[in-house]
Design a binder for this molecule. Structure first.
Ligand SMILES: N[C@@H](CCC(=O)N[C@@H](CS)C(=O)NCC(=O)O)C(=O)O
Length: 208
């Protein structure tokens, strides 16, 4: 098989599995798990020296970092107007903007709420969870404004920008972050997460 995805669905590999599903790609999921030390084995470090999942091997081309992987896959395989990857240079730049924004402004507080609210009992810290939820309000307001102006982040159609941001925010929904103050963002997120490819990736998560 040409495309290998390294990771497990209950990790950031979820993002790549969702993207592969959107694109209708056939792939091999190579099970590398952080829970059993798989991410630190020499054979995996040869693919991603950071020891993190996900990573891909696309016919010999190896790539790591979830957002970079999704941008690459979308650009390579989405093709054509109305596809997941924007056609105009400016829209492409906005897809990068939203992807970097998701990683730098959203990911840490979303993960902090998740780990402290629904992580292992002995590691939960309600105060840290509440503080992180408060910190999320700033980027959520930005997102709410963006999807008030157009149905999706780059305009009328769902693109890699939506997938990347919504896949990061999946943690916030799992952690039951209250989105009521951001009704447009909440509706947009639900629309993204209701897509069949997102549901299929969620199902892979439930299966472990
Ligand atoms: N910035 C990286 C982060 C990847 C990452 O930290 N993945 C976690 C799982 S969600 C991991 O591999 N942790 C295992 C470890 O650090 O050993 C990305 O988005 O791909």
């Amino acid at each position: 098989m040409a495309l290998k995805i390294y990771g497990v669905a209950r990790s950031r590999a979820f993002r790549t599995l969702w993207m592969a599903g959107e694109l209708g790609l056939s792939y091999e999921l190579v099970r590398v798990d952080f829970a059993d030390g798989g991410t630190r084995r020499p054979e995996y470090l040869a693919i991603n020296p950071n020891g993190h999942i996900p990573a891909i091997d696309d016919d010999g081309f190896k790539l790591w970092e979830s957002m970079a992987i999704n941008l690459y896959l979308a650009k390579k395989y989405a093709g054509g107007a109305g596809g997941l990857y924007p056609q105009r240079l400016e829209d492409e730049a906005r897809a990068w903007q939203w992807s970097f924004w998701g990683m730098t402004e959203v990911e840490r507080p979303a993960l902090t709420v998740l780990l402290n609210r629904i992580g292992p009992d002995d590691r939960r810290d309600q105060v840290a969870a509440d503080e992180a939820e408060l910190a999320l309000a700033t980027p959520l307001k930005v997102l709410d404004g963006a999807v008030s102006a157009s149905p999706y982040l780059l305009g009328a159609h769902f693109t890699v920008a939506d997938l990347n941001v919504a896949s990061i925010l999946a943690w916030a929904r799992q952690a039951r972050v209250n989105l009521a103050a951001f009704p447009k963002a909440e509706a947009w997120l639900k629309t993204c997460h209701d897509r069949p490819a997102a549901q299929a990736a969620r199902q892979l998560q439930r299966e472990g």
